[in-house]
Design a protein around this ligand. Structure first.
Ligand code: GLU
Length: 482
């Protein structure tokens, strides 16, 4: 069976993490299928929520995370156009089919009256159903008038790939609006027409659409189209696990994670595993692994808890994996993440730095805070030295003497390489009878004044002889001792 899936976002500006997950599963399913096709469709019929530039943001984010669509904006294809606002004639044509069958009617009721009906129902503690107020006289429908579906409420049954066998009671079915007064279709109508005309075989979307399924089933029936398979995805839960993940729960948008320096490989891996697993203990999956192993029956019915720590952990795993595969290629992706002071330095130098810090990065964003001392002299901070846990056991005189010894010994080095530096530092350790935390800590802090740095011999080797000795001497001067 040919699998055709789609991602159908609305261009409202903010790409919620849950939305992006809804883009991944249909992609994986389509890619598992030899003739499978994955369509991107922009659901832009809600003009009030439309945000300029949002479509570009969606396309950009999908490309970034590696979800290349087979048909859609910028790609074309046999089922276009792919913007709902460009498909008006198609909806009208399908709406007319319903009018002809007596299953849709023009609604002349002013919106104030509809509001009154709603109030009345709420006063009587009844669920509001428009079909209880269906107008007795309806004019011939023309553009500019809302067009409503004429519901035929009854018990309806369907199977959901995640939620199982479902029943929709008659009370869930109503005279929903198909075409609004502005001439554009509602989501409720448009997606059904689009999915049918685009040959969609599986629809993936959030569980918030479950209550509307009664209406959708009625529409499939009235339009005489075969319903696709339904894959409703459970909510992503807040880290506390007791409510739906909201904007305020610390989850950023995909765009923000990208700007923070999260790798798309990690993001894809993380989101795909938010509510799906393959039954093994594995945690790191490439896109190809996901395509190979994804299956609908392993999507969890319970909501998955959003755990940002896991995303950061996966990002670290991916940094290491990609570095092992091709360090230069990974380095090339760090552009834009370096501190401003790095602008004057060439790629060779920055690559050397990257090679010694990459395994400590949580995100590329850490480059900004972890590497400035490679590009500019740090200001000497004597408090940082003297309050250090290992160093405060020594007097200032002792610290100063140690630094002098180290500076002299390093100054004699013929070859300034990581190996020679390691050898010399070990010799110094033996000579001074200090603990590594003390001696190396002192030198490390004196050249970096940073809370973390890579292995000392690597750091000094990249900084170079001149810079290292100058920084050590600057600290010696600050001690102001003979
Ligand atoms: N435009 C809808 C949304 O963004 C799509 C839902 C669907 O995939 O059918 O929520």
């Amino acid at each position: 069976m040919k699998v055709v899936t789609r991602f159908a976002p609305s261009p409202t500006g903010y790409i919620h993490i849950g939305n992006l997950r809804s883009a991944i599963y249909p992609y994986l399913l389509a890619k598992q299928n030899e003739e499978g096709s994955y369509i991107l469709r922009i659901e832009d019929t809600d003009q009030a929520r439309y945000v300029e530039g949002a479509t570009e943001l969606i396309e950009d984010t999908m490309k970034w995370i590696g979800l290349d669509w087979d048909e859609g904006p910028g790609k074309g294809g046999e089922h276009g156009p792919y913007f709902q606002t460009q498909r008006r004639e198609i909806y009208i044509e399908w709406a007319k089919k319903l009018i002809t069958k007596g299953r849709a009617y023009a609604d002349p009721t002013p919106s104030e009256t509809v509001a009154k009906y709603r109030e009345e129902a709420s006063k009587n503690k009844q669920a509001f159903l428009y079909r209880n107020y269906r107008p007795s006289e309806t004019p011939e429908w023309e553009l500019g008038m809302p067009l409503r579906f004429k519901a035929d409420p009854k018990d309806r049954y369907y199977h959901d790939e995640v939620f199982g066998d479902m029943h929709m009671a008659p009370e869930t079915q109503d005279d929903i609006i198909l075409i609004k007064a502005d001439g554009l279709p509602t989501y409720n109508f448009a997606h059904i027409v689009d999915d049918a005309t685009m040959g969609i075989t599986h629809i993936f979307r959030g569980q918030e659409y479950l209550p509307s399924m009664g209406n959708y089933l009625a529409l499939y029936e009235a339009l005489e189209v075969e319903a696709p398979k339904f894959v409703h995805l459970p909510h992503i839960l807040a880290p506390s696990g007791n409510k739906k993940l909201g904007k305020r729960d610390g989850a950023k948008s995909a765009v923000d994670y990208r700007a923070d320096g999260i790798l798309p490989e990690a993001m894809l891996n993380f989101l795909a595993c938010l509510g799906w697993n393959d039954g093994t203990e594995d945690e790191v999956y490439s896109k190809q692994d996901l395509i190979d192993r994804f299956s609908l029956d392993r999507i969890q019915r319970a909501g998955a808890r959003y755990d940002e720590q896991k995303l950061v952990w996966l990002n670290g795993q991916w940094i290491r994996r990609l570095f092992a595969e091709d360090p230069k290629a990974l380095y090339a992706r760090t552009e834009g993440f370096w501190p401003e002071s790095a602008a004057d330095y060439d790629d060779d130098y920055k690559f050397k730095i990257f090679s010694i810090v990459y395994d400590r990065l949580k995100t590329f964003g850490d480059l900004k805070t972890m590497t400035p001392y490679f590009f500019e002299d740090p200001s000497v901070d004597m408090d940082m030295l003297t309050s250090n846990k290992a160093l405060k056991k020594l007097s200032e005189q002792e610290l100063c003497d140690l630094l002098r010894k180290a500076t002299a010994k390093l100054g004699e080095l013929k070859e300034w390489s990581a190996e020679m530096l390691q050898q010399t530092l070990n010799d110094l350790l033996a000579e001074t009878e200090q603990k590594p935390a003390t001696l190396f800590g002192l030198i490390r802090l004196s050249v970096s004044f940073a809370p973390f740095s890579p292995a000392l011999h690597d750091t000094l080797s990249v900084l170079g002889r001149e810079t290292t000795l100058a920084r050590l001497n600057a600290v010696i001067t600050c001690f102001g001792r003979d």
